[in-house]
Design a protein around this ligand. Structure first.
Ligand code: GLV
Ligand code: MN
Ligand code: MN
Length: 410
């Protein structure tokens, strides 16, 4: 068959997505495979088994990133694709998984057609993309590109108090492939949009041109725990109140800065967390994102100012700890155009867009030309078991990936 006429097998792609989604399945059709948990290990084992069955040479690096290599006619830098298979605790079935299984589907399609590309093709999945258990997000790809030292990454402590290196060894994925193995010629990642744009506009493919900056921090508040009934309001030093005030401020901050600015208090823990006890401690997270680096810095500055004033006014101690900080990323113009061209050739509607979510591609962009292919998320719902993409759109994305890989590997 002429390469131009090749199409992926949509049913086979769906079957793999369903089998992976069965691991860590949660109510509502989603998945809980937090990084380096037993569920993550089971998901990894399944995908590695598929890689081997497809004839890929599997390499695992010391941070647990997994690479499946399909040899090319020449022993030159490979074209890489992939994503992640870890999820948030209330994840959907496509976030990350589509990019990895879409890559395997492309490989199987090439295998079936007997096509050997000039360049090798690598399908990768990176450790801890979500950052929900171990911060920062994109941790595995950050180490892969050399931007985070391995020892520091191995020492990251999870939200449940475990050291990353220990958990990686426990699940058997501390590999011995050299860091940065298979340095790519180019990287292209298929992912669901996770936002509302493509669905609202009825467009099948997003050619991702850029990705917004991300700033994560933990804010720990210490006050005076006391009786909720007897302590006059004027004598309170209340971490619960301070946490709520920061939550409210984040919403105001996003509204004031406008544009692409988004602010989220996604996690808050009160101690002792009882109805009639003024909390002793509160710990919360702030997630700030903006497409403009200067405005993201402004958001950070205003939050720090508010937190300082609040600590003084309420008489509490507030300590902040950075968890992740990534500047906005512009993807390679050549890869963006390749995605647009490929979508057009295959007859899919396509638009350029910005990614609101973080992705491994933004790290790979530091070492090679990189870009992304988005497919619609119904009603823009993601990080939620209800996350959904129509099977025809999943297949369209995988077909664009297949042909983008073919061109990059030619
Ligand atoms: C990763 O999913 C992110 O938080 O953008
Ligand atoms: Mn993802
Ligand atoms: Mn995600």
């Amino acid at each position: 068959m002429k390469a131009e006429a090749l199409r992926i097998d949509a049913d086979r792609l769906m079957r793999r997505l369903e089998r992976l989604a069965a691991i860590g399945a949660i109510e509502g059709g989603g998945c809980a495979r937090l990084a380096l948990t037993d569920e993550d290990r089971a998901g990894r084992d399944l995908v590695v088994g598929w890689m081997r069955a497809l004839g890929l040479e599997v390499a695992i690096d010391p941070i647990g990133n997994v690479f499946g290599l399909r040899r090319g006619r020449e022993d030159v830098a490979p074209v890489m694709t992939g994503s992640h298979i870890d999820t948030v605790r209330t994840g959907g079935r496509y976030d990350g998984n589509l990019g990895v299984l879409g890559g395997l589907e492309a490989v199987e399609t090439l295998n079936a057609a007997g096509i050997v590309t000039r360049r090798p093709i690598v399908v990768a999945f990176f450790t801890g993309e979500e950052g929900a258990r171990f911060a920062p997000d994109m941790l595995g790809s950050l180490v892969y590109v050399g931007a985070l030292a391995l020892p520091a990454a191995l020492d990251v402590v999870s939200i449940d108090g475990r050291r990353l290196g220990d958990e990686l060894a426990r699940i058997g994925y501390a590999g011995d492939a050299p860091p940065g193995v298979h340095r790519p010629h180019a990287y292209v990642e298929l992912h669901i949009e996770q936002g509302p744009v493509l669905d609202a506009e009825g467009i099948t493919i997003g050619a991702v041109a850029d990705l917004q900056g991300i700033s994560w921090q933990e804010i720990a508040i210490t006050g005076q725990s006391n009786h909720a009934g007897t302590t006059p309001m004027r004598l309170r030093h209340d971490p619960g109140y301070a946490a709520a005030a920061i939550g409210g401020f984040l919403r105001d901050l996003a509204r004031e800065l406008g544009g692409s600015q988004v602010c989220t208090m996604g996690k808050v823990d009160l101690h002792p967390n009882l109805i009639n006890v003024i909390a002793a401690r509160a710990t919360l997270t702030a997630d700030l994102r903006n497409t403009d680096e200067a405005l993201l810095r402004e958001a950070e500055r205003r939050l720090a100012l508010f937190v300082g004033g609040l600590a003084h006014a309420e008489g509490v101690t507030i300590a902040t700890r950075p968890l992740a900080r990534f500047a906005p990323v512009t993807f390679d113009a050549g890869v963006v155009q390749l995605v647009e061209r490929t979508a057009a050739r295959l007859g899919y509607s396509c638009r350029r867009m910005t990614s609101g979510a973080g992705h491994d591609a933004q790290m790979l962009a530091r070492i090679c030309p990189a870009g992304m292919i988005f497919v619609p998320s119904v009603q823009g719902i993601s990080h939620n078991p209800a996350e959904h993409t129509a099977p025809a759109d999943l297949a369209a994305g995988a077909n664009v990936l297949l042909h983008a890989l073919l061109e990059l590997a030619a």
